[in-house]
Ligand binder design. Sequence first.
Ligand code: COA
Length: 201
Amino acid sequence: MSSIHLRRASPDDAAAYARLMADEEVFSQLLQLPFPDASAWRKRLETPREAGQADIDLVAELDGEVVGQAALFSMGAAVRRRHAMGLGIGVAKPAQRRGVGNALIGALTDYADRWAGVLRIELTVWVDNEPAQQLYRKFGFEVEGRLLAWGLRGGRYVDAIAMARLHPASPALAARGGSPAAPVDRGSGDSRFPVTPDARA
Ligand SMILES: CC(C)(COP(=O)(O)OP(=O)(O)OC[C@H]1O[C@@H](n2cnc3c(N)ncnc32)[C@H](O)[C@@H]1OP(=O)(O)O)[C@@H](O)C(=O)NCCC(=O)NCCS
């Protein structure tokens, strides 16, 4: 049985991305356009991530061939949205239903939860894309609402579903050795920062 190998994408994967996105069964489910351009993919994969960005592009290989890709990407520059990232995924038709989607979403959610400090992963999926919705539900994504005529797909404006997954158990502080530190006393004079008796205990 073939095993799935995941790795970070590199600019040399551009041709594989273009091949994957040339299949209407794949690109129609995403926001890609027909006639994908390998050089545009190369440019995107070559663009260096700014320091401090958690964005990641993963590819999945079966028998040494790239058959799927998935990404987590930041949702813009707003400081107060730093806890959220978007997610996208595509698996080549012949490789579907062989666990590639599971492996990619499993790796991205693990990366988001344990390494990148992501609280919220969000995405949109066409209302009739049941396979993808099932996959997302399996990994804890919930439906947030329906977006009317959200995008153009093959000559029709189609509704999409907004889904999101919150971190199942937000990271806690690691245990510290020695005696517990004394609680910080912020005083009680500043009403902007009320300190309840419980918080001081
Ligand atoms: C959705 C997609 C990524 C699933 O990838 P995959 O490699 O076929 O998925 P897997 O074989 O790992 O299956 C994972 C889970 O997805 C769901 N799933 C996948 N195909 C399904 C199908 N045809 N019907 C129902 N559920 C399906 C199931 O929950 C499955 O879990 P299970 O194996 O325990 O039943 C793939 O079909 C795809 O790339 N489609 C085209 C692009 C796309 O729709 N991208 C998402 C846009 S929002």
